[in-house]
Design a protein around this ligand. Structure first.
Ligand SMILES: N[C@H](CCC[C@H](N)C(=O)O)C(=O)O
Length: 275
C-alpha cells in the first residue's frame, strides 16, 4: 500500500508520491496502469520525490509520463513538488533545491501563494534538444505530408518544438502534434507547442505533450514558448503565457540566462493504493 497526493498545475495533473518516507519503485507497466483515468488514479505525469543524492540538495525529483516513460523535466510538477513537501512536512524551508535527471532547480513558495521556479538556462543547440539538425538557428522547418512547418526548438531539460500560429483555437494540435512528437527529427521525441502572439508581453499556447497528448497546461512548454517568442518575435523579457488551464508568468532575460517561471500548484486529495 502506498500513499500519494493528487495535484495539478493549471489542470496539468499529477500523482505525487513521497519516496522519502516510503520505499517505492514503479515499473513502466505500473505507471501506465496508474495513469489510466478509468481504472487507475488518472494523471498526465507521476512525480516521485526521493531523498537527495548529493550535498546542498533537498530532494531528488523523478518524472514519469502517462505512457510509463521516465523523462527529464516537468515545470508544473516542480511547483506541485514544492507545495507537496511543505504540506506533508518533508521540509519547513520556503526555498527548496531539487535535482532532476538533467540538473538542479531552485523552487520558492511566494507570499502570494504562487510558486516560483528557477528552471535553469534554456538550451538551444540542436544536439542539446536533441534534434537532427546540423546548424543552430532561430527558425527551423519540417515537412509533414507536403506541408512545411516553421518552428523554434528549445530544451528545458526536455525537448520542445514551438510552432507560431495565427489562432491557437484553429491549430490542429492532435494531428500535427501527434505526427511531430515522434518525428525522426527528434530522436527522443518532443513536446509540440502551438503559440499565438497576443501582445509584446502575452502569448496563448496549446501543447501536445510527449508521452501524453494535449494537456491543459505544460510548464516547460510555456518556458520554451517564451524563449521562442523572445528570439523569433522580439517579445518582452517578462511575458504571460495563457494556456487552456490558466496562465503562467515567465521571465527570461535572454540567451545564456536562467529562466524563471511562476504559477499555482493545487493539492486536490490524498489517497492510498495497492500496486
Ligand atoms: N511531457 C513532458 C514532461 C512533462 C512536461 C509538462 N507536464 C510540464 O509541466 O513541463 C516530456 O515528455 O518532456
Amino acid at each position: 500500500m502506498i500513499s500519494f497526493a493528487k495535484m495539478h498545475g493549471l489542470g496539468n495533473d499529477f500523482m505525487v508520491v513521497d519516496g522519502v518516507s516510503q520505499q517505492v519503485y514503479f515499473t513502466e507497466g505500473q505507471v501506465r496502469k496508474l495513469a489510466d483515468r478509468h481504472r487507475g488514479v488518472g494523471f498526465d505525469q507521476l512525480l516521485l520525490i526521493e531523498p537527495p543524492q548529493q550535498p546542498d540538495v533537498d530532494f531528488h525529483y523523478r518524472i514519469f509520463n502517462a505512457d510509463g516513460k521516465e523523462v527529464e523535466q516537468c515545470g508544473n510538477g516542480a511547483r506541485c513538488l514544492a507545495r507537496f513537501v511543505r504540506t506533508m512536512g518533508l521540509t519547513w524551508k520556503h526555498k527548496i533545491r531539487v535535482s532532476t535527471m538533467r540538473g538542479l532547480m531552485n523552487l520558492q513558495i511566494m507570499r502570494n501563494g504562487l510558486v516560483s521556479v528557477d528552471m535553469g538556462v534554456p538550451q538551444l543547440a540542436p544536439d542539446t534538444i536533441p534534434m537532427r539538425y546540423a546548424q543552430q538557428d532561430i527558425r527551423y522547418s519540417v515537412n509533414l505530408d507536403g506541408v512545411s512547418y516553421e518552428f523554434g526548438a528549445v530544451s528545458m531539460g526536455n525537448p520542445h518544438c514551438v510552432i507560431t500560429v495565427d489562432d491557437v483555437e484553429k491549430a490542429e494540435v492532435d494531428r500535427i502534434g501527434g505526427a511531430l512528437t515522434q518525428h525522426n527529427l527528434f530522436p527522443e521525441g518532443a513536446n509540440i507547442g502551438f503559440m499565438q502572439k497576443i501582445a509584446h508581453d502575452e502569448v496563448r499556447l496549446r501543447v501536445f505533450e510527449r508521452g501524453v497528448g494535449e494537456t491543459q497546461a505544460c510548464g516547460t512548454g510555456a518556458c520554451a514558448a517564451a524563449v521562442v517568442a523572445r528570439l523569433q518575435h522580439n517579445m518582452n523579457q517578462k511575458i504571460r503565457v495563457y494556456l487552456p488551464g490558466g496562465h503562467l508568468h515567465i521571465d527570461w532575460p535572454g540567451d545564456g540566462e536562467s529562466l524563471k517561471m511562476m504559477g499555482p500548484a493545487e493539492l486536490v486529495y490524498q489517497g492510498y493504493i495497492d500496486l
